[in-house]
Design a binder for this molecule. Structure first.
Ligand SMILES: [Zn+2]
Ligand SMILES: [Zn+2]
Length: 266
């Protein structure tokens, strides 16, 4: 039994790790195509982001693996496979419920990690990326990774969800984690401007968190930030892009100059 649980944890770690490499790698490639030179001179930082993220994958994989084993062999959790077990309208509701619960947990743990002591101990690693790149999505200190890793494995015990809807939740989580750190806005304007943008979090919102620290703590929704007065509006990418251009004219950071072959100007 212990061997099966261990195996499940290893498989989950591999899935989380490979998922990270594929999604971050894909968006990093899109960034190179859309904004050539944006990550120029950040090679050492990106290597660090990747190592922290791989370590985080193991931390995410263990609780997920244990719960996946319990789901399969012990009937744990409220995850169901029969699409008709609940009414059809419940599918989007369950996805939204997971996102709202995760967002709430994230807002308050994230805000706590911005207090001086927890910041130094647990969250400075994530903010060491200046500016973050598509590889920073899971660049967390192990303590921060634990706070993130337990959320979904706990929620599946509380909120019934179809296995496919759970897959969607995990996909949204992964894609938003990557795109929020990418250094530019991949989503159409209506998602981050106007009425909808007033409530949704995309890269422009999280960019400001990485610039100003004490604001914009949310994950998916601006609800808690707005309610608690910590919403500082949207950032823009002009400064980060100008810095990248400046790094380009200097020929990249020392030590990483010339790495990764020829680059084009932004
Ligand atoms: Zn933060
Ligand atoms: Zn971040």
């Amino acid at each position: 039994m212990w061997l099966a649980i261990l195996l499940s944890a290893i498989v989950m770690t591999a899935i989380v790790g490979v998922r990270y490499l594929i999604v971050s790698g894909a968006f990093a490639a899109v960034t190179r195509a859309r904004h050539p030179g944006l990550y120029r001179g950040l090679d050492a930082q990106m290597r660090r982001e990747i190592w922290w993220s791989i370590a985080s994958a193991a931390i995410y994989g263990v609780p997920a693996g244990v719960v996946a084993w319990g789901w399969q062999y012990r009937g744990w959790t409220q995850v169901y496979t029969d699409a008709h077990a609940y009414p059809v309208w419940y599918l989007p509701v369950s996805v939204l419920a997971f996102m709202v619960a995760h967002d709430t947990w994230f807002y308050w743990t994230h805000r706590w990690m911005h207090r001086p002591k927890p910041f130094k101990l647990a969250h400075a690693v994530h903010h060491a990326s200046r500016p973050p790149t598509a590889w920073a999505a899971m660049a967390f200190h192990p303590i921060e990774a634990i706070t993130g890793a337990v959320v979904i494995p706990l929620l599946v015990f509380v909120i019934p969800i179809h296995v496919g809807a759970l897959g969607l939740v995990l996909t949204i989580m992964t894609v938003m984690g990557v795109t929020n750190h990418m250094g530019w806005e991949v989503f159409p304007r209506f998602m981050w401007r106007g009425a909808l943008g007033g409530w949704l979090i995309t890269a422009s919102h999280h960019q400001r968190h990485h610039e100003q620290y004490g604001c914009n703590y949310g994950l998916y929704f601006r609800f808690w930030d707005r309610l608690c007065g910590t919403d500082n509006g949207l950032g823009d990418f002009a400064k980060a892009h100008a810095k990248a251009a400046a790094r380009g004219s200097r020929g990249g950071d020392l030590g990483d100059a010339g790495r990764g072959g020829p680059r084009h100007a932004a």
